[in-house]
Ligand binder design. Structure first.
Ligand code: C5P
Length: 247
């Protein structure tokens, strides 16, 4: 009698994740996008979800401290992340293009208020984890390496002084034709940092196994160079570089 051979099907390995955490204005969004394009990975800008929730709350007249209502809203956020014909990211909330609306300082402030609520964070957790798809993901935020993707194969914590970050933001706003006050931006960044660092759930902090980079004195190219050096030492990431090298 021939023994029946059972086929053992191994589940596919989960897509690799690179987590880039850090405070507002540290340059993590730029680094995340550059890395994703070099590796051909997806990108998660997790801050946009908190910003979208803050905007949805405004649309629906929900107060920023109404945790129960915000939890429901977070669970039902009608959001689509798309690309326009030019390949630029477009974010649609309840049928409306809100790509630029969510980027204001006011939305950043409101986002950090709703982000401090534990029920909101739980409601958005799976939505963030669902971005993990083959061939891989670069996720930027505050708790990517600590809470959302603790098994990320590379964790970078990118920081810079509040003054340097405010100055970058100031220049960006002037370039876009907005008026801005540098001292007000420094104050705003400091109070957002305080809220993010001191909240009881998923506070802003480097994971124990994160590589901490301070970009106060480093340009974005120098930061990229450092990160690429790390990638070059990780076979599970290096193989995705189009030319196979991390130069
Ligand atoms: O990164 P961004 O400035 O768009 O994030 C807006 C706010 O959302 C942050 O100040 C922070 O309070 C919150 N946030 C968070 N956890 C994340 C991403 C953003 O708490 N993973």
């Amino acid at each position: 009698m021939s023994a029946e051979v059972e086929k053992v099907v191994m589940p596919p390995a989960p897509a690799p994740v690179i987590a880039i955490d850090g405070p507002s204005g540290s340059g993590k969004g730029t680094i995340a996008h550059r890395l994703a394009s070099l590796l051909g990975f997806h990108v998660l800008d997790s801050g946009s979800l908190y910003r979208l929730l803050a905007l949805a709350a405004q649309h629906h007249g929900v107060a920023l401290d109404n945790e129960a209502a915000l939890q429901v809203l977070a669970g039902h956020l009608d959001v689509q992340f798309q690309q326009n014909a030019a390949g630029e990211a477009v974010i649609i909330l309840e049928g409306e293009d809100v790509t630029n609306v969510i980027r204001t300082e006011e939305m950043g402030r409101s986002a950090s208020i709703v982000a401090a609520l534990p029920a909101v964070r739980t409601a958005l957790l799976h939505r963030q984890q669902a971005f993990r798809e083959q061939p891989g993901l670069v996720a930027d935020g505050r708790d990517m390496g600590t809470v959302v993707f603790p098994d990320a194969c590379l964790k970078i914590f990118l920081t810079a002084s509040a003054e340097a970050r405010a100055e970058r933001r100031y220049k960006q706003l002037l370039e876009k034709g907005f008026s801005a006050s540098l001292p007000a931006l420094v104050d705003d960044i400091r109070s957002r940092d305080n809220r993010d660092i001191n909240r009881p759930v998923a506070p802003l902090k480097a994971a124990d196994d994160a590589i901490v980079l301070d970009s106060t004195q480093l340009g974005i190219d120098a930061v990229m160079e450092r990160v690429m050096r790390e990638i070059g030492q990780l076979p599970e990431l290096k193989r995705y570089l189009r030319n196979g090298s991390a130069a």
